[in-house]
Design a protein. Structure first.
Length: 597
């Protein structure tokens, strides 16, 4: 596979490829554009034709053509490899033919099932009442029904299984699709019956699963059923479908999510379709599970702004709470869209899309929402001890799911004010319920300047390396000024050592020799440092560039000398306190030697 990847990268120029998605503008040796992965006013997205990489210095995302396609289209590496291989005309080596055959069969079975369900809904008598229900009660347009390929599974035990068998599909493949269930006697029956059917597609537009919504019992007979079936049932996991990772319908929502820089997450497929029909095309739903970390990580490729619009009933509230906690674990600061009491997004939109639009625009930060709700539930100014404990039990579990210590501190302070108590008591309650907090916040305030200093030093190291790598002809004076121990970051130290060993007499860096000494991580960092400097100094003259190289080298040397002086000052002060003149003389001599270099 490595050979195939390299051949694809050799045939597809990264500038030409990314130009199909973004308007790139020349910036010295590189190209610039506004980053498509986060909002920004000044372009910080750089494409290097020399390195064949891209990097955004705003959101810190970067990579090659594979990384860009995966990030932009939301596909995994396998899909990116297939798409780019087709584009480059590279023939991929066949995988296990049995697995490929099975997946191809499952794709075909799901596609045929989708066509059958859609045909029954739109063309056959069993679909007349469900179609009327969708058009009149749910307010869907015929165009929307066709666009989403919505269908109907009749109240029959074997309509689909017989249909697939007649078309030559093997019983075992039909069973593997999850669309039928096997009885103890070995016979089969359809999983979906008397349900509105929503095909689930992957990014490549393959039908991979279904979600079936049960029709209300007051409208459609449920004779013989002891209990009302679940509102939604979904295809089980199969070789082509994993419901903990798939979002409905990400294949058509991803561009709108990116354009709006926001995703609206709802509970059911009916809500999704209603939202898309009303113009809220940045809406998705999890596929039959509580929202998972994997799903949220997928969505983070397209936006950092998440808003949950779950049903206003008690079940919806519970689902919202779970989703909020998962979002905070994924480093997301979520919002809640407040739907009018007793309504779901689809009902709200059918009543008046403007109401839903206003709800989206006035979405509240999740924890703020729960604080407001608590105030409503406990309106009294003088809370009893029991009420305070109830509030702590209500809010602490939400706050402990937040992984950002600064936010945790803000909310505990706000909570202390609400309860009219001291923050330290709440910190104790918080630590007991979330031991990781004490570990993540164990650093004292005194450590922060040291961390800031380390970050500043690392940035200077990166700048020096970038200048050396981007403008090697001016690097000789830098190598003469700095020493390897000037570089504290292990990756940076490895890079500068490799650059020194690869530096030629004519002021160049032997690229092959340089890269052979580095790990993959170090090579990526070296490329990023180089591209960053090229972007910054793109319009500078050769004289200015040479001055920048000299200044950076001198700054790194000065930084080392300042640390040396500070260290010796402490040692000399100690020797003076001990009145050890011989030691003082020796220290001063050693200090002068190190300053002279």
């Amino acid at each position: 596979m490595a050979d195939e990847v390299e051949e694809i990268k050799r045939r597809i120029d990264i500038v030409d490829f990314i130009s199909q998605y973004l308007e790139l503008k020349k910036a010295g040796r590189n190209f610039k554009a506004p980053c498509p992965f986060h909002s920004e006013k000044e372009p910080s997205f750089i494409v290097s034709p020399e390195k064949q990489i891209w990097h955004c210095f705003g959101c810190q995302k970067g990579g090659d053509i594979f990384g860009f396609l995966m990030e932009y289209e939301g596909v995994d590496f396998t899909d990116a490899l297939k798409q780019l291989a087709d584009k480059a005309g590279v023939k991929l080596k066949p995988k296990d033919p049995k697995i490929k055959k099975l997946k191809d069969e499952l794709f075909q079975i799901n596609l045929m099932a989708a066509r059958l369900y859609h045909f029954i809904l739109t063309k056959q008598k069993p679909g007349q009442l469900p179609l009327k229900y969708l058009l009149e009660k749910r307010g869907l347009d015929k165009e929307t029904i066709v666009d989403f390929k919505i269908g109907y599974a009749p109240d029959s035990w074997d309509t689909l299984s017989k249909f697939l068998q007649k078309r030559g599909f093997a019983d075992q493949d039909i069973l593997n699709s999850g669309l039928v269930i096997q009885k103890e006697d070995g016979s089969y029956y359809d999983r979906f019956r008397n349900r509105i059917m929503f095909p689930v597609l992957d990014i490549s537009q393959n039908v991979i699963a279904f979600s079936g919504r049960f029709l209300e019992k007051e409208k459609f007979a449920t004779a013989g059923r002891a209990i009302e079936p679940a509102k939604y049932i979904n295809s089980p996991d199969t070789p082509i479908y994993s419901k903990s990772q798939i979002l409905y319908p990400l294949d058509r929502a991803k561009d709108a999510i990116r354009q709006n820089d926001q995703v609206i997450i709802v509970e059911g497929q009916m809500d999704v379709v209603a939202c898309h029909q009303a113009g809220f095309k940045n809406t998705i739903a999890s596929s039959g599970t509580a929202v998972t970390l994997d799903q949220l990580k997928t969505l983070k490729r397209f936006t950092k702004h998440f808003a949950f619009a779950f049903d206003a009933d008690s079940a919806g509230e519970q689902a919202t709470r779970r989703a909020i906690e998962t979002a905070y674990q994924a480093q997301i600061i979520p919002k809640i869209i407040l739907i009018p009491a007793g309504k779901d997004p689809a009902d709200c939109i059918r009543q008046d899309p403007i109401i839903f639009q206003k709800a989206v625009e006035s979405a509240k930060d999740a924890v703020d929402f729960y604080f407001e709700k608590t105030r409503q539930n406990y309106p009294a100014k003088n809370l009893t001890s029991e009420q305070k404990q109830e509030i702590v039990s209500e809010l602490i579990p939400i706050i402990k799911s937040i992984s950002q210590p600064v936010l945790v501190g803000d909310y505990l302070k706000k909570m202390a004010k609400l309860l009219d108590t001291e923050e330290r008591y709440l910190y104790e309650a918080f630590k007991k319920s979330h031991k990781a907090f004490s570990q993540s916040t164990s650093a004292t305030d005194e450590s922060q300047p040291e961390k800031t200093s380390q970050a500043r030093d690392d940035l200077l190291e990166q700048r020096v390396l970038g200048l050396i790598l981007a403008y090697p002809k001016d690097a000789k004076q830098v190598f003469a000024q700095v020493k390897s121990n000037d570089f504290k970051n292990p990756d940076n130290l490895a890079i500068v050592k490799a650059a020194q060993k690869s530096y030629t007499k004519d002021g160049k860096i032997n690229q092959a020799k340089f890269e052979s000494q580095l790990s993959d991580q170090e090579r990526k960092l070296a490329d990023i440092y180089s591209v960053a400097i090229q972007s910054e100094l793109a319009d500078m003259s050769e004289k200015t560039v040479a001055e920048e190289v000299a200044i950076a080298g001198q700054r790194l040397k000065s930084q080392r000398l300042e640390k040396v002086k500070k260290d010796f000052q402490q040692k000399i002060a100690q020797a003076e306190a001990e009145k050890d003149r011989a030691k003082i003389k020796k220290l001063l001599s050693e200090l002068q030697r190190q300053i002279r270099g």
